[in-house]
Design a protein around this ligand. Structure first.
Ligand SMILES: Cc1cc2nc3c(=O)[nH]c(=O)nc-3n(C[C@H](O)[C@H](O)[C@H](O)COP(=O)(O)OP(=O)(O)OC[C@H]3O[C@@H](n4cnc5c(N)ncnc54)[C@H](O)[C@@H]3O)c2cc1C
Length: 492
């Protein structure tokens, strides 16, 4: 049976391993950490459970289909429920808005809350859907780097509608062209952060992101986000995929322009197919040192990173839900600080995720587990100790002002993760959450393809390559790898 070697057990790596297993390959996954999941990991701290990385779960059918691929019932491994409230939003002046998952209710309530005609909101949401429908199959579901992708009817239709895609406007300008209310504009600008970009730079086509959330819904996995990686890891074990932990791949072997295996810190692996889930930047810099690197791709600006405080809180806050956003008073300044000045803004937008709202065992009775995150620049060697200290003070002051509390006295447990920590734990260059940023209109085309142009049998998956970061896109990258990897017969 031909062998496939997967470097890294992030969600993209596990999904690729499963898909190659289904194709008939004998699959080994080598992972430097002692656990599977990469950024999708969790910790227990003094009776509180915290998901360390992702907190927002969308497009669950991409997970289900991996179980179905092996004729398994997904619910035997993995369960989730749909959320009725997408997010609770808070502003400094006391304005609040709870985004309802039902589109009609959202339009009615947003129209009232932000004093915008409901027709405008509806028209905007319809346009977002159109953008998604026109481009998803081109930008997300196929390799952007194969000629066959451009010969499809769908691609030609997308090109004919290019003017309506807002590629030449930035997201903020697109949103301003639809709405007058600065709070509603800020609410829709926020979606730029879903791929680690700035609303003042990312193209207006990104307004399709709220469509994904509002049309397909947001979900909560039973047992928390960690169950996404854990259930797929269990499926992979059940299907005979071998995982070798605590082993760092140091070099990919190439012979006659073909990948033939790899060397790890402890072993040698021979393989017919090598798939790397390691961030593309260190893959070239460390594992492919003797080979030419795609300079333009590697020079792309990186997405934002994050600074996260995991707080055990000794009381409950009934006005908070699973997802809560406390907006900055100056979004322009906040993004200028993150992307241009590479530092933190003194009035950051604070995201609070509380899984104990959905899963009572995630915190002791009467307590809550707060995942408190602000967007941060990548790791450029800043003094993170000083920045963390200042950010903690700024965040506490903001929470106190907006939620009207004295939060510091309720913090009973604390863990902190900064961009350098994210880089260290997963080898993500600069601690970027989503690989390259989408801060220009060519960004999608400049992402690394899911295959190597120079080295046969070498493939790339995960958040740093096409189609992008975030759980659903990492899962799609595995699907594209599956399409690209030859069927077993070819190796025979
Ligand atoms: C704080 C935070 C919040 C986020 N929020 C969300 C969210 O709400 N929703 C969402 O969809 N996404 C979110 N994301 C993004 C999401 O986590 C990522 O897009 C996704 O998990 C990346 O998966 P990946 O397959 O690229 O692999 P990664 O998770 O990056 O894992 C790569 C793996 O490869 C291993 N590895 C690297 N080099 C080697 C080597 N040489 N040898 C062996 N192993 C190696 C690493 O140890 C790691 O385990 C968030 C990320 C973070 C950090």
């Amino acid at each position: 049976m031909p062998k496939a070697l997967v470097i890294g057990a992030g969600i993209g790596g596990i999904a690729s391993a499963l898909r190659l297993r289904k194709k008939g390959y004998n699959v080994t996954v080598v992972e430097s950490n002692d656990y599977a999941g990469g950024k999708l990991h969790a910790i227990d701290l003094n009776g509180y459970r915290f998901d360390l990385g992702p907190s927002l779960f969308t497009m669950p059918h991409f997970i289900d289909e991996l179980f179905e691929l092996f004729n398994k019932t997904p619910t035997d491994y993995f369960n989730y429920h749909r959320k009725q409230t997408i997010c609770n939003y808070f502003w400094e002046d006391g304005h609040t808005f709870s985004a309802n998952a039902n589109l009609d209710t959202f339009v009615t309530e947003a129209s009232y809350s932000f004093n915008e005609p409901s027709e405008n909101i509806k028209k905007y949401l319809d346009l977002n859907k159109k953008k998604y429908d026109l481009t998803a199959s081109l930008f997300l579901e196929k390799s952007l780097h194969k000629a066959s992708t451009y010969l499809s009817k769908q691609t030609i239709t997308s090109i004919l509608h290019i003017a309506s895609l807002d590629i030449d406007n930035n997201l903020n300008k697109t949103n301003e062209s639809h709405f007058k209310n600065s709070k509603l504009i800020q609410l829709f600008n926020r979606y730029a952060t879903y791929n680690g970009s700035s609303p003042y730079k990312t193209p207006g086509i990104m307004s399709m992101i709220p469509h994904l959330e509002m049309h397909y819904g947001t979900f909560f996995p039973k047992g928390g986000m960690h169950q996404i990686s854990q259930s797929l890891y269990q499926l992979a074990l059940d299907e005979g995929i071998v995982f070798n932990f605590n082993e760092n791949i140091e070099k990919i072997h190439v012979k006659n322009k073909k990948a033939t295996g790899a060397t790890s810190s402890t072993s040698e692996y021979a393989a017919d197919v090598v798939v790397t889930n390691m961030d593309v930047y260190p893959t070239y810099k460390k594992l492919l040192q003797d080979h030419p690197e795609p300079k333009k791709t590697l020079a792309q600006e990186r997405s934002s990173s994050a600074l996260i405080f995991y707080w055990g809180i000794d009381r409950e806050f009934p006005n908070l839900d699973l997802h809560n956003i406390l907006f900055s008073d100056s979004y322009t300044e906040e993004f200028a600080h993150i992307f241009d000045k590479k530092t933190l803004y003194q009035d950051p937008t604070v995201y609070i995720n509380i899984t104990s709202k959905e899963s009572s065992t995630d915190a002791p009775m009467g307590h809550e587990n707060w995942f408190v995150m602000i967007n941060a620049p990548g790791n450029y060697g800043q003094d993170w100790e000083a920045l963390k200290h200042k950010a903690r003070t700024d965040i506490i002051a903001k929470v106190n002002r907006v939620i009207k509390t004295d939060i510091e006295k309720h913090i009973t447990a604390e863990h902190i993760l900064d961009p350098a920590g994210i880089e260290n734990a997963t080898s993500s260059y600069r601690g970027a959450l989503y690989g390259a940023a989408s801060n220009n209109k060519f960004a999608a085309f400049l992402r690394h393809p899911n295959f190597s142009r120079q080295i046969k049998n070498l493939y790339f998956c995960g958040g740093s390559v096409h189609p992008g970061g975030g759980i659903p896109l990492c899962l799609l990258s595995a699907k594209i790898v599956e399409d690209l990897v030859p069927n077993i017969k070819k190796h025979a």
